[in-house]
Ligand binder design. Sequence first.
Ligand SMILES: *[C@@H]1O[C@H](CO)[C@@H](O)[C@H](O)[C@H]1NC(C)=O
Length: 239
Amino acid sequence: MGRTFVCSLVLLCFLIPLTVADWNILNQKTHNGLKISLKNYCESWRMNVELHDIRDFQVVPEECTEYITKYVKSTQYKVDSERTTEECLVYLSTSCNLKKDGKDAWIFDIDDTLLSTIPFYKNNLGKKINVTALEEWMSKGKAPALDYSLRFFNEIKSRGIQIILISGRREHLRSATIDNLVNVGYHGWTGLILRDPTNELVSVAEYKSQVRKYLTSKGYRIWGVLVTNSAALRGILAV
Ligand SMILES: *[C@@H]1O[C@H](CO)[C@@H](O)[C@H](O)[C@H]1NC(C)=O
């Protein structure tokens, strides 16, 4: 099997309790003495998270929560995300030798990849994440689709690739999740894998990697993965 291409949608991490920032913008300098603004600092932080240079952080620096919030609501965020899916398609057209035997597969994450959780966080900004409230919101099945992901999803399907959805959502949200996906236009996936009680204790990353191994053992060729780099979100949820 070839390498797996991970298309990472841009960072989504605006859900941080806001507390008093103690970063002093006037005195801020880089290690080499370059004077920088808060925006320089936060933009550089965001970019390096997306490039996976900064790993395993638990939270977004508090000073940057405002910047990140603005970013995910901006046109730039949409442009960046659209570009991600366009690049995935270029990769698919140029580098994937599809066999079309029903074993070519592409993996999608759900939250903030196919469906947006922004409406939930809009009403909960500045509060510590309440998983019960988040799951209650998910169970209503009202999450909107992300347009660029829906287009990409349909494109993948039209090329005869099997679509496997892997989510950190728990099993009890299965029917709400299916209804939500179908209502906003997603259909025709091959598998929907959610977390069941036996794998709730492993980390989300570990769980997803186990699932990928399982799919490979079933003969699937996983050509790519569309995910959101929501390490921050996971960090917050784990607190
Ligand atoms: C979390 O949300 C649930 C359901 O909305 C609510 O009953 C509970 O009080 C909340 N917990 C906290 C700590 O705010």
